[in-house]
Design a protein around this ligand. Structure first.
Ligand code: FMN
Length: 327
């Protein structure tokens, strides 16, 4: 039977299917269940900067100094330094209870806290960090260059503070992804996670108000990470993790063929339960057996060479084919 074992950022994984950062990985029990369902690694639910502030608020409630502005500032600093202890405890517990790599995830807004939090998560025992850098470019005064500088600055600061591997999870809304990807790899990112799926905006046409869109992806959303992983895997000096739209073994196979080192699952587990993970592993094994592949490295990136070397020519050809096919 096919051997699914692989590595991700230098960590050994029994298989390349990871549970991505989400509510399913926000508790010790949830993480244990993901591991029991067969996850090769788990990315813990992100620690958000807003939670860090909330922790500070809790400490403020328990002190009589709260009315004094200097004390207030001190408590702010102290709170951010000590951190939301629950999250650090979660990482420690997850490490103690499970044999698979535990990847901590952090999402900060203000740049100074990225490095400090990364350091604390390393101390808590995380095997690696996923930096959930969710910059939505809404502001017309913010140039592409300045946004890219922010991405690189965060990785640079974290890299100087920790020795564990760093993955950067980004959204699809960037200008020149190959250029940014290369800069992030140079700054010290061992992996890029493509892509985060942001809050979907919808409009309620009866009430005439904005409304939240459907929270979960569908399998057709695989095309976006698939394109970019095939384009980038020949061009950047870091590993790539495919995220968004992996709902079956088929999507996992496609991303691996395009050059992904691992794939991440979220929506399908919410929609179909954790047993889906095992089914996806079975589908992956079945496909490998059917094609005579004994190990992941025998086929990983096989199609990246077709699509990645001359992406413009390849894409234009596909585009023309698609258009003429419709007529
Ligand atoms: C309910 C929910 C919570 C999520 N929370 C996080 C999070 O804390 N951090 C993060 O990086 N991504 C988060 N995500 C995004 C997922 O990790 C994933 O990147 C996205 O859903 C796309 O993958 P999918 O198509 O498999 O769902 C969340 C997604 C969902 C649906």
């Amino acid at each position: 039977m096919a051997d699914l074992s692989t590595t991700y950022m230098g960590l050994s994984l029994a298989n390349p299917v990871i549970v991505s950062s989400c509510g399913l990985t926000g508790t010790a029990k949830g993480i244990r269940q993901c591991v029991e369902a067969g996850a090769g690694a788990v990315v813990v639910k992100s620690l958000f900067e807003e939670q860090i502030d909330a922790d500070v608020d809790t400490q403020r409630e328990h002190t009589e100094l709260s009315s004094h502005p200097e004390a207030e500032e001190y408590i702010q600093q102290m709170g951010k330094h000590l951190g939301p202890s629950d999250y650090l405890t979660l990482i420690e517990t997850a490490k103690r209870e499970n044999q698979v790599p535990i990847i901590a995830s952090v999402n900060c807004v203000s740049s100074e806290w990225w490095a400090e939090w990364a350091r604390q998560l390393q101390i808590a025992g995380a095997d690696a960090l996923e930096l959930n850098v969710a910059i939505m470019p809404r502001d017309p005064d913010l140039s592409s260059e300045s946004i890219e500088k922010r991405y690189v600055g965060i990785v640079d600061a974290v890299r100087r503070n920790v020795s564990i591997p760093i993955a950067v999870k980004i959204g699809p809304y960037v200008t020149s992804l190959p250029s940014l990807a290369r800069a992030l790899a140079r700054a010290g990112a061992q992996a890029l996670v493509l892509f985060n799926r942001f809050y979907q905006l919808d409009i309620d046409i009866d009430k005439l108000v904005p409304a939240p869109g459907y929270q979960f992806s569908t399998a057709t959303e695989i095309y976006q990470p698939l394109r970019w992983i095939s384009v980038l895997s020949c061009q950047v000096d870091c590993e790539l993790a495919g995220s968004t739209g992996v709902h079956s073994g088929r999507e996992a196979v496609k991303l691996l063929l395009a050059g992904a080192q691992v794939v991440q699952l979220c929506s399908t587990l919410y929609c179909n339960g954790l047993d889906r993970l095992h089914e996806i592993l079975d589908e992956l094994t079945g496909w490998m057996d059917g094609h005579g592949f004994g190990a992941i490295h025998e086929f990983r990136g096989r199609l990246a060479k077709l699509t990645g070397q001359h992406p413009e020519a390849f894409e234009r050809l596909q585009y023309i084919k698609a258009l003429t096919g419709v007529d």
